[in-house]
Design a protein around this ligand. Sequence first.
Ligand SMILES: Nc1nc2c(ncn2[C@@H]2O[C@H](COP(=O)(O)OP(=O)(O)OP(=O)(O)O)[C@@H](O)[C@H]2O)c(=O)[nH]1
Ligand SMILES: [Mg+2]
Length: 425
Amino acid sequence: MNFIDKTKVIIRAGAGGDGKLSFRQEKFISKGGPDGGDGGHGGNVVFAASRNQNTLAAFRYQRELTAEPGQSGGKNKRHGRNGKDLIVPVPVGTVVSTLDGQELADLTHDGQTVVIAKGGKGGFGNAHFVSSRRQAPGFAEKGEPGAELDAALELKMIADVGLVGMPNAGKSTLLARTSNAQPEIANYPFTTLRPNLGMVDIDKESSLLFADIPGLIEGAAEGKGLGHEFLRHIERTAVILHLIDAYNDSVVEAYTTIQNELKAYDVDLSSRPQIVVLNKIDGLDADIVADLADQLKKVLPDATPVYAISAVSGQGIRELLYAVRAIVTEQRKAVELEVPEEDAIPVLRLTDDTAAWMVTPTDEGFMVTGTKIEQFASRTDFKNEEAVQRLRDIMKKMGILHQLVRKGIEPGQNIIIANKGTLVY
Ligand SMILES: Nc1nc2c(ncn2[C@@H]2O[C@H](COP(=O)(O)OP(=O)(O)OP(=O)(O)O)[C@@H](O)[C@H]2O)c(=O)[nH]1
Ligand SMILES: [Mg+2]
């Protein structure tokens, strides 16, 4: 199974359209009233979680996700068309992060959408700036650039049940027997190199998604065997099905080895709801099986049942699956009660203090940074003196000019607004 579960993409929201600078053409009047329309907004890049997607494989062919730009404004106050949002279907369980690991969004349920990159605002046309003081504004705003980012996508499978155990315990055999999946099965350790998913029908009404991951051995936490890497696939399962080969020299030792590895994982998985299952009982007498189960019960938390099955003959599987479903149902209910609705809706973390700004003296002049002032600057046509004058007015209103004076700015010195443009004080 070709399973791609981590990938990188380049995300570009659409730029806003430029505002139009124009004046009505009227007969016998050299310059009519200003009539430049506003630019349209750039399209957003929106991720939409969908059960119909199973992998991130599509992003191997489509690395760049670009939304439409807004159109420029026109004469006669014509508004430019807004850019269309780019809706990107992703599998449920997709986590979006920046390349340095900051989590941006976590799409956990079908139909959930989140704006990953916002389109730029359209610039105002010159008609917008008419006022009693300014009857013929000779400038228009440029459209704002759309947000751009390089993002890492990771699919954290949200299976209901995670199969864990030592290599060769029969995990893939159980998955193959009960589901539509066809994992490789062989009588040697580390047959399974990548996680497999399979839908298991419990009865006519219900089915559960099982994840089969490579076997764990002692020291997996330090990277032995195939290591811990795959445990993240069962981080979110409602229940862990811990499979133990009944032919182990000591089933108790086999159990504790895996428990220790689950404990050593980034998040302690050893305390998750777990079902302990003895496998390969097809050739064993009932009293031997009962004895093995008793040995296990001594080390398990009180009243934890031990199931005994044969993944090959099918013995005991039906009872096991019913028990699994009961726990999954209970767990899902508990989780739903726990998580308040707001928390379930992931919101992109944007810098909240957009009005904040900072002035720093440099060799080339005074550097001004800050979300809001940079946004205004990106919409300013620096070649147009009227537009630059408006930017000065905005800086005055925001208190930036005052601060520049306090820092000792002299006429003729540069004010550099981040990487957006430079004006002269
Ligand atoms: N007799 C018997 N053999 C079984 C049973 N279940 C699995 N086996 C055998 O055990 C061997 C290992 O089975 P797998 O399903 O590949 O084991 P696994 O846990 O997926 O192993 P890894 O992928 O290596 O971690 C195979 O030869 C299976 O045929 C069972 O119930 N009874
Ligand atoms: Mg396997």
